[in-house]
Each structure stands twice: as structure tokens, then as C-alpha cells.
Design a protein around this ligand. Structure first.
Ligand code: 7TS
Length: 392
């Protein structure tokens, strides 16, 4: 009998929504025109793309005058913003300081490290125990030379939600550009750029049931940002390259579904996450939650299990058909504790014993019940064979 598989790694990627897949199929078949062509083959595509594009505007509450550039992923968006600001502001105005946090995704951190080699000074603000930086921290770090503040809206490992609106206001008050990597909040909590304090926002479609390989970058009306990819006039000249038509259609449908589900669906997901977390904490001794629980994306639980190796837990869970994730990154063959968890002030042992469970609209209560039973069995087994684990 084929084992049932349970997917609890939705912060890594999500299943493509069947509605998005169905919407895309004609564009992998008879509707193959290039939307930049003047003839009817192009015309019919333009019409569909405009509709899909509108759904992405709606999802983040952008104005018609704003630019929403459809690109390949959040990594591309984050690079476009950081490298673009370097070219427009840092090089031209001698403002050579960028503020970010120490728990950003590598697409922000590694781009910042690269900019440091070009002479940019970067402040990596430390997060507090809750896993966030405050607007006050950001305000205090701004200096006359600050060109950009780049702070994520929600963290991928802990789900911690940053006070982005307040941080954006703090940057705006000092005339500093503000960027947020909203990859992990889109589709999970309402997102709006309507109050005009956010200059750039990046997102990735595959985190909310669009296909992989498509994302978006919001650029507020009136803000100048050069393209990362120079080419034709696609995306108003902000990103060259023939439109990725089927992926854009998938993104549009996923955006429409995400906007619709933001309340009811997310309430259900939150209840399932809370059930998973509270049952683990109640029924398995020596466990705890990493980061604050108050301001968190509704789908994420990052739990430590004293005395076990996260990798071993993952492996055992996988053997039982359950997919989750450790917070740890595997760098050049060395198992390193997650830099995000260490940044919260958690010791390496606890960080190494941590597992991220992330749910989605397709997660069922029956799956959570099965997962709970398996987690119990796996942790018990690993602790029984552990030389070091002592209850208490
Ligand atoms: N920003 C954040 C906050 C992310 O979580 C990720 C992916 C990215 C950017 C990059 O997205 P991409 O589509 O360009 O790759 N985060 C994760 C994760 O947590 N596990 O796998 C990928």
C-alpha cells in the first residue's frame, strides 16, 4: 500500500493551486502568442495578462500608477532593489549606508555582503527574543548617509511578523527609501502598500500556490529604480525579456485566491497550527517554541525538542511520509545551526534540535492528527537511543 504523504513544509514551497494550474494550461497549448506582438495572437494574450496583473495589484493593494514588475522570484526582486539602489542612490548621492536585519533571507544578506565589497556600509540590526527588530531600533540606526532600509515582513523560519508599517514610517520620516521582503507574509496576512510609506516590496509566487519561477516587485509611483535585466520595453522597461505568460497567469490566479482566503482560510490554518503546537508542548516533555508567539504568520510553528538532532527527526519523519524542515542550513557539507535561531539568542543545542512545521490551505485536520502521532513516536524513539538525553 502506498504510504500517505503529509506536506508540512509550505514555507519552502507550496502546491500549485488546481485553479492556477487550470488557468495556465491554455497558455501551454493553443494560446502561445507573444503579448508584445501586434497581431491577434499577441492581442488575446495581452488581454489575459492585464487581468492577471490586476490581481497582483489587488493582492498588495497597489495603485494604478505604481509599478508591479512581474519577475522570476523574490531573489530576483531583492537583488533588483538592493543593486538598483546602489546604482541610483549610493553612487550618485554619496549615501552609502544600508540598514537591514540579521535574519533576512540570503538573497538580501548575500547581496548586502557583495555591496560591502563595493564600499557600502551595512548595519545588520540584531533581532530581539521575539525574532523581530523594532521601529525604534531602525530609527536609531538611521544616519544622514542612509540610502535604504530593507527589513523583511515575516521570517521564513520562525514566522515572526515584523512591525513593517511602523518601520516604514520611521524610514519615511527621515527621507530614507524602504524595502520589505514580503515573501513569507503574502497570502497569510493582509498586505497593503496603500499608505505610501513602502517604496519597494518583493514576493515569490510559489509560496502562495502559484508555480515556481514567478514573483513580483512593487515599486511605488515616482520612485526610480533601474532594471536588473536591461532589454526590451516589457514591464515598462523595468525588466526586459519576453513575458513568462503561463507563469504570470498562474501568479494572477494564485493572487486572486490568496486575497479571497485571507480571513476564513487563514483562521482555519491558524487553528490547525495552534493544535499542532499546543499538543506537542502538552504531550511531549522538554519541548518549546522558538521566537514569539504573538506576532506570527498563522501557518508556522518552529519547535525545539530537547536531546534530539533536528536532522535525525526530519529523517525519521520523512520515513513516515511527513515532510517538515530544520531551521538549519547545510553549508559546504558542514551542518551549521540556523543563523536565524542563533540570532534569537537560542543556544546551538536547542537550535540544532528545532523543526519548522509550515501548513497551507491544503493541510487537513486528519493530517495534523497523523503528524502528531508520528512526532510523538519519533521523538520517543530518538530519545530512547540517545546517550545524552536526560528528562528534566
Ligand atoms: N525571502 C524569503 C523571506 C524567503 O523565505 C525566501 C525563500 C526567499 C526570499 C527566496 O525565495 P525564492 O523564490 O527567490 O527562492 N525561503 C525558503 C525557505 O524558507 N525554505 O526554502 C526557501
Amino acid at each position: 500500500m502506498k504510504q500517505e504523504r503529509i506536506y508540512l513544509d509550505n514555507n519552502a514551497t507550496t502546491m500549485v493551486a488546481p485553479e492556477a494550474r487550470d488557468a495556465m494550461l491554455p497558455f501551454l497549448g493553443e494560446k502561445y502568442g507573444n503579448p508584445s506582438s501586434l497581431h491577434a495572437f499577441g492581442g488575446e494574450i495581452r488581454h489575459h495578462l492585464a487581468e492577471a496583473h490586476d490581481h497582483v495589484y489587488d493582492l498588495i493593494d497597489a495603485l494604478d500608477q505604481d509599478d508591479v514588475v512581474i519577475n522570476s522570484c523574490a531573489t530576483e526582486g531583492n537583488n533588483t532593489v538592493l543593486q538598483g539602489v546602489y546604482h541610483t542612490v549610493v553612487r550618485n548621492n554619496a549615501k552609502n549606508h544600508i540598514i537591514t536585519s540579521n535574519v533576512e533571507h540570503p538573497s538580501v544578506l548575500n547581496t548586502c555582503k557583495f555591496l560591502e565589497t563595493l564600499g557600502v556600509q551595512v548595519t545588520y540590526l540584531p533581532v530581539n527574543k521575539e525574532g523581530i527588530v523594532t521601529a525604534e531600533q531602525v530609527a536609531n540606526a538611521i544616519i544622514d548617509r542612509t540610502a535604504l532600509v530593507s527589513i523583511m515582513w515575516a521570517n521564513n523560519e520562525t514566522g515572526a511578523v515584523f512591525p513593517v508599517e511602523a518601520i516604514a514610517q520611521a524610514a519615511k520620516a527621515r527621507g530614507v527609501l524602504f524595502h520589505t521582503d514580503a515573501t513569507q507574509v503574502i497570502g497569510k496576512l493582509p498586505v497593503s502598500v496603500r499608505d505610501r510609506s513602502i517604496d519597494f516590496l518583493t514576493l515569490s509566487g510559489h509560496k502562495f500556490h502559484a508555480p515556481k519561477g514567478v514573483g513580483a516587485l512593487f515599486v511605488k509611483a515616482g520612485v526610480r529604480l533601474p532594471p536588473l535585466l536591461f532589454g526590451g520595453e516589457q514591464m515598462g522597461g523595468l525588466r526586459g525579456g519576453t513575458h513568462d505568460v503561463h507563469n504570470m497567469i498562474g501568479l494572477g490566479m494564485a493572487a486572486l485566491l490568496a486575497k479571497k482566503g485571507i480571513t476564513d482560510e487563514q483562521t482555519r490554518i491558524r487553528a490547525l497550527r495552534d493544535k499542532l503546537e499546543s499538543t506537542v508542548l502538552r504531550e511531549i516533555s522538554d519541548t518549546g517554541v522558538n521566537g514569539g508567539t504573538q506576532h506570527r504568520t498563522p501557518n508556522t510553528a518552529n519547535i525545539w525538542f530537547k536531546g534530539v538532532e533536528g536532522e535525525a527527526v526530519l529523517w525519521d519523519l520523512n520515513e513516515h511520509g511527513i515532510a517538515a524542515s530544520t531551521g538549519s542550513a547545510c553549508a559546504s557539507g558542514n551542518e551549521k545551526a540556523s543563523y536565524v535561531l542563533l540570532a534569537l539568542g537560542i543556544g546551538p543545542e536547542i537550535a540544532h534540535s528545532s523543526i519548522r512545521f509550515s501548513l497551507s490551505r491544503y493541510t487537513t485536520e486528519a493530517e495534523i492528527d497523523t503528524a502528531l502521532e508520528t512526532i510523538r513516536t519519533v521523538i520517543e524513539r530518538l530519545r530512547n537511543i540517545s546517550f545524552t538525553y536526560k528528562k528534566g
